[in-house]
Design a binder for this molecule. Structure first.
Ligand code: NAD
Length: 250
């Protein structure tokens, strides 16, 4: 393990374009459950698809109820040692970009500047009107819910929805293109805490590897890329990243 950590640290130190790609697994140590692990979000809830959200008030209420349930952990969550270790790589001038599937805003809270972060699935701390595109804060939406609107609506009568990508909803074009380009130009691509099952996000390691990047995967369970990556570390994101950064700074 120590040798593997040392190898990854050396690769990062000499890299010119390090791209880190994170999934829900980096935030479990902040108390936010992931989706697919046992006890994860899909064990408790049935996902609401985008077309259901747009066509049924019952589905919108179910969606917002799920979001409120998530708020119990989200409102208390702060960046953990894993997020802070990636921020440390940024501070050392070693991070080209961070691509995340997460919607919790914890990377920005760790101090990495917003322009270095690509949120492929949006951010649940803001809320968007599905008709006029107006953005409001989570707090403003919460006030409407507290006032009895279980599925809040905009003054234009459009439906408010957390600014995240639901199943069946189109991916953001600009973010997806930027992420694909960064992945295919990276020389070290490090995946942290993702099953790498959700498309098109899961294509990013493929772009990186095909272009010749050194591919590192840090994850507690299996991914489809385990046999093609250069280094596979089965460990907790926080512990592993902390050790890697310590070696980089050594
Ligand atoms: P996922 O739930 O499919 O997979 C998470 C992976 O992380 C699993 O393979 C698990 O074994 C691993 N893991 C869990 N804790 C870990 C830890 N401490 N260290 C290392 N690995 C750990 O999540 P995904 O691949 O990101 O994709 C699911 C979708 O879920 C994404 O689209 C994302 O938008 C959404 N999501 C986001 C959050 C969040 O923002 N925090 C939470 C849940 C789901």
């Amino acid at each position: 393990m120590d040798e593997t950590i040392a190898l990854v640290a050396r690769k990062i130190k000499t890299s010119k374009r390090l791209v880190v790609f994170t999934g829900a697994g980096i935030s479990t140590e902040s108390g936010i459950p992931d989706y697919r692990s046992q006890g994860g979000i899909w064990d408790k809830f049935k996902p609401v698809y985008f077309d259901e959200f747009m066509s049924s008030k019952d589905a919108r209420i179910r969606y917002w109820d799920q979001r409120l349930e998530m708020e119990k952990s989200l409102s208390k969550a702060t960046p953990n040692v894993g997020h802070m270790s990636i921020a440390a790589l940024h501070d050392l001038g070693l991070l080209e970009a961070l691509i995340t599937q997460n919607i919790d805003g914890l990377h920005e809270a760790s101090g990495i500047p917003g322009e270095k972060i690509i949120e492929l699935h949006g951010n649940t701390r803001r809320v968007r009107c599905m008709r006029c595109n107006r953005l409001i804060s989570w707090q403003a939406a919460q006030e409407m819910i507290d006032a009895g609107h279980r599925a809040p609506e905009c003054s234009c009568s459009g439906y408010f929805k957390p600014d995240t990508i639901s199943f069946g909803q189109a991916m953001p074009v600009e973010e997806t293109q930027r992420a694909s380009l960064l992945a295919s130009k990276s020389d070290v691509f490090m995946v942290v805490g993702s099953t790498l099952l959700v498309q098109p996000a899961a294509m990013m390691p493929e772009y990186a590897k095909t272009a010749g990047a050194f591919l590192v995967i840090i994850n507690l369970s299996k991914t489809p890329y385990d046999t093609v990556c250069d280094v596979l570390i089965r460990g907790k994101a926080g512990d592993v990243l902390e050790k890697i950064v310590a070696q980089v700074m050594h």
